[in-house]
Design a protein around this ligand. Structure first.
Ligand code: T4K
Length: 404
């Protein structure tokens, strides 16, 4: 156990972890069950193009979410692109900047302008008042992001969309298995999109899904993800290739069988982090609503430099040296990434909460790859760093200005 800052790996001590501990280590279901499914797939010699495993996964997901239609796809970015196109979005679409860049790219890729809107500092999701201010005659829709799996203010956004005749969809990449007012995420807006990327608590290697209660929209999406084919040799729509493969669906079906275990581990880890980080000045763990279903897949901290004595970036440096690969999701905000930074050089003036959070927020490792001892050790590193926050800041600042 480290007691003084000289023992921190950043200042010459040995790292607390011999191997890197990553955010986003995949949760793996039962390997035998997965391999059995893969063997059956080989026996059938049916590898993709709406095979039986994909159909089974779609049915199971739709049933679990209580939604009429679920279309699984090759990843959530393509799913977002297809949903945006199927909804007929054009011109400008209001999105948060504090999100993974795929949310914005899915619009810009189709020459639709993502109009970055500020977020509520408590929920980290779109601020409805700010959304209202961003609406122009060119606005065709709103894409809310249920960041960290915490639902957007769905009611306010629905009201705004309805009163301005806008489409509303949600990037629910983080929110599979979460609920809002007792209803599963997947049932809100015109459509919602999940990510099943390897780093998500439930994965299909790569993958995603669009869910919607509109049969008409679902039919359009099914055409679009398969080149617009309505039957052999019969293309009736512009389309792309967004299909999920059978081996990915096999991974998904296997993961679904362990879903409750994955969620339980995340909740257990969250409680442990909560205990380990309690009362550390300037370090707060974001809260999840315990009255709702929640996948708890992100351990998100906000660092208040004034109280912690060191800023988020210095704390991340301390952790990285210890082989705790904390991430600065979602720094610096899409508006500071290209091409958006060049298109909207002054966007930050309209995004004070985004700017502030992008400097303060970080994510820690969780999931089945992390155990109680790991969390205790991470908690101790953070406690030690904060108790010597001023000194660490002084030393790092000198190194950066070349004084050492
Ligand atoms: N919307 C939102 C709000 C999203 O957060 C995302 C994706 C999307 C849309 C788009 O979904 P997809 O098109 O990806 O389905 C990662 C993920 O790649 C990305 O899916 C995720 N959000 C984002 C938050 O995180 P990176 O660039 O941070 O990934 P990377 O390669 O640094 O991986 C993170 C860590 O995970 C690594 O340090 C190590 C660990 N890892 C990763 C992989 C792939 C493993 O241990 N094993 C693995 O197989 O984006």
């Amino acid at each position: 156990m480290k007691d003084c800052i000289e023992e921190l790996a950043l200042f010459g001590g040995s790292p607390s972890f011999p191997e890197k501990l990553h955010v986003g280590r995949p949760n793996l279901g039962d390997r035998e069950r997965f391999l059995a499914r893969v063997n059956e797939m080989f026996d059938r010699n049916w590898l993709t193009n709406n095979g039986p495993l994909v159909q089974e996964l779609e049915q199971k997901l739709a049933g679990m979410l209580g939604v009429r239609n679920c279309i699984v796809l090759c990843n959530a970015t393509v799913a977002l692109e297809i949903a945006v196109r199927a909804l007929g979005l054009t011109g400008e679409v209001i999105v948060p900047s504090f999100t993974f860049v795929a949310t914005a790219h899915s619009l810009q890729w189709q020459e639709i302008t993502p109009v970055f809107c500020d977020i509520d500092p408590d929920t980290h999701t779109l601020d409805p008042q700010a959304v209202r201010r961003m609406i122009t005659p060119r606005t065709s829709g709103i894409v809310g992001v249920h960041l960290w799996g915490r639902p957007c203010n769905v009611e306010a956004l629905t009201e705004i969309a309805e009163s301005h005749n806008l489409k509303l969809m949600f990037d629910a990449a983080h929110a599979f298995g979460c609920s809002h007012n007792g209803k599963m995420i997947g049932n809100f807006g015109n459509a919602e999109v999940f990510s099943f990327h390897a780093t998500k608590f439930f994965n299909t290697f790569e993958g995603g899904a669009i869910v919607t209660n509109s049969d008409e929209l679902a039919a359009k999406i099914r055409l679009m993800k398969n080149f617009g084919f309505a039957g052999y040799d019969n293309v009736i729509y512009v389309g792309t290739n967004g299909k999920m493969t059978e081996i990915c669906a096999a991974m998904g079906l296997t993961g679904l069988e362990s879903l409750d275990d994955f969620i339980a581990v995340n909740h257990r880890n969250y409680r442990r982090y909560s205990a380990e980080l309690a009362d550390i000045p300037g370090v707060s763990l974001i809260k999840y609503n315990d009255k709702e279903r929640c996948n708890c897949q992100y351990i998100v901290l906000e660092i208040d430099e004034g109280k912690a004595g060191l800023n988020r970036d210095y704390l991340v440096e301390v952790l990285h040296a210890e082989n705790v690969m904390a991430r600065r999701y979602f720094y610096p905000g899409c508006h500071r990434m290209e091409p958006y930074r060049s298109y909207f050089p002054h966007a930050e003036l309209l995004l004070p909460n985004t700017e502030r959070l992008a400097q303060r927020v970080m994510s820690l490792p969780t999931g089945t790859a992390v155990d109680e001892e790991d969390i205790k050790a991470i908690g101790r590193i953070i406690r030690l760093a904060v108790s010597h926050g001023g000194e660490i800041t002084g030393r790092l600042a000198k190194t950066k200005t070349g004084l050492i």
